[in-house]
Design a protein around this ligand. Structure first.
Ligand code: PNS
Length: 161
């Protein structure tokens, strides 16, 4: 069975932790769709177009990984993409409650969609987009945590302020 896995998130911006998960998923599934939520409620630093562009650049070496932007419900987007699996990363126990809630809601909305969790490598356990944005905002070095194109765009973003 050709399973499509959808990996949703805000990706504001995509990090090396996200990429670690995408690479793991790309070894498990023949098609991986990275689905970037418009998520205007979170007031993202990068526009949806910028986030999609950065993620597409970072994943271009992986032929069966696609990057899309979406608005509205993830369950709907997954259905449109023909996905059977939602992938999420679990870093620490702190992620667990939120992830449980989201997986249950998505199961309620689309009972045939399974949520699967993958763990990033240890070195990526403490990376989050929000902390990276904060470090970059105060001109700290984020080169260990994000791909080069993302680092460049973060620098450009905060130098404009
Ligand atoms: O990277 P994030 O911010 O933790 O990702 C959260 C995301 C985008 C996966 C979640 O907010 C989402 O699925 N948004 C789309 C709206 C939706 O379907 N909400 C119901 C499930 S929580």
């Amino acid at each position: 069975m050709d399973i499509t896995a959808i990996y949703p998130g805000t990706f504001d911006p995509i990090t090396s932790g996200h990429l670690d998960l995408i690479v793991r998923a790309s070894k498990l599934y023949p098609r991986v769709v990275v689905a970037i939520a418009a998520n205007t409620g979170k007031s993202p630093l990068f526009t949806l177009e910028e986030r999609v562009k950065l993620a597409a650049e970072v994943t271009k070496a992986y032929g069966h990984v696609e990057v899309i932007g979406f608005e509205g419900l993830l369950a709907e987007c997954a259905k449109e993409q023909g996905a059977q699996v939602i992938l999420r990363g679990l870093r620490t126990v702190a992620d667990f409650e939120y992830e449980c809630q989201m997986a249950s809601l998505n199961r309620y909305l689309a009972s045939d969609l399974e949520t699967l969790f993958l763990m990033p490598t240890e070195q990526h356990t403490f990376i989050s987009s929000s902390m990276i944005r904060e470090i970059a905002r105060y001109k700290g070095d984020v080169s260990r945590f994000v791909p080069e194109n993302v680092e460049k765009q973060l620098r450009a973003k905060f130098n404009q302020e």
